[in-house]
Design a protein around this ligand. Structure first.
Ligand code: ATP
Length: 317
């Protein structure tokens, strides 16, 4: 396992005002016993509502914060005491913080990083070529970083994080604030990185489309605890997400009509929405077509947003 945590914890002591002169100290368990194993080459989505403990976990995995308890190992190293060795093996993109030099052209940041990490020139050139073509960097390589758009800067950050050939890439909200095209570019690139299979990726995001497009495995955390660890399909199965059929009829919906294997969710004019309950879409469509004349229909997959919202809701109860 390239990442392994066991009962990992981080408590923060927060001082709050209690009256005019008094202050009380309370402890916030930001990460409350997270046990996680990530295999080499995996692409893991790490999600949760605001304040769930995602960034705190990433900070402990990257050696920025010392855990309050439990164990953590990344690439066989203990992050805080072995932070310098670890830095060579990991790449980090934290949405808010930049690893680029604001006043220098992007290309010069890449050259500086090559010297900092002491990357052999040929390896650096090969990786830069790969990123330039996949992320279309050429048109702004000579532009100072401060003049780049957010999407261009993010493409630069991803390149900067990969130039030393890390084994693990940690990405905290890499698509936040990006327009549709930049999001597509970033996702396409990460998909390529994942397909190569030699970089492990841990991705936190509030954009569930990132997860759907990129991650087979999803870990959901809330109040510092893991509330789901499995595939997206397992998430849908656990929370019994339902597929729907939306049918436009050539007649009105016969009042009181029932179809085995489906529940009528709504009827609006000549449009009926059915939820599948234990039957396949094919079976229900066949029964529907026998009962009423059909003009058009579509099958809607369950929305990941719905199921995750329900999951967050349950975890908070
Ligand atoms: N330095 C700190 N001091 C005190 N409390 C902190 C500190 N850092 C984080 N916390 C608290 O720990 C909890 C987890 O925060 P964290 O930033 O890890 O959440 P998150 O899942 O990354 O949230 P978001 O999606 O909003 O970025 C929150 O309650 C937060 O207020």
């Amino acid at each position: 396992m390239i990442i392994q945590t066991s009962l990992l914890r981080k408590d923060f002591t927060v001082r709050k005002k209690a009256g005019r002169f008094r202050r009380t100290r309370t402890t916030v368990s930001a990460v409350d016993g997270v046990t996680l194993s990530v295999a080499e080459g995996e692409m893991l989505g790490y999600i949760g509502p605001n304040g769930a403990g995602k960034s705190t976990t990433l900070k402990m995995l990257t050696g920025v914060l010392t855990p309050s308890g439990g164990t953590v190992s990344v690439c066989g190293l203990t992050p805080v005491p072995q932070r310098i060795q670890l830095a060579r093996r990991i790449g980090v993109v934290f949405g808010q913080r930049s690893q680029l030099w604001w006043d220098l052209p992007l290309a010069e940041s890449f050259t500086l990083l090559r010297h900092i990490y002491r990357v052999p020139a040929a390896d650096h050139a090969m990786r830069l070529k790969y990123c330039r073509s996949l992320l279309d960097l050429d048109e702004f390589l000579d532009t100072p970083v401060r003049q780049l758009s957010l999407g261009q800067r993010m493409r630069g950050e991803l390149t900067a994080a990969l130039l030393h050939g890390p084994k693990v890439l940690f990405l905290d909200e890499p698509t936040i604030g990006l327009d549709v095209l930049s999001k597509q570019a970033v996702r396409g690139f990460l998909g390529e990185v994942a397909a190569h299979g030699d970089t492990t990726v841990v991705l936190t995001t509030h954009d569930l489309a990132d997860i759907e497009k990129l991650c087979r495995r999803l870990v959901v955390i809330d109040h510092g605890r893991v509330v789901h660890d499995g595939t997206l399909e397992e998430l849908h199965a656990t929370y019994r997400s339902k597929r729907r059929i939306v049918a436009d009829l050539d007649a009105s919906w016969p009042e009181g009509l029932t179809l085995p294997g489906a529940v009528v969710e709504s009827v609006e004019g000549q449009r009926v929405t059915l939820t599948l309950e234990g039957a396949t879409a094919g079976e229900v469509v066949a029964r529907l077509a026998q009962a009423v004349p059909l003009r058009d229909l579509s099958v809607q997959e369950p929305e990941i947003e719905d199921v995750v919202a329900r999951l967050y809701g349950q975890a908070r109860e």
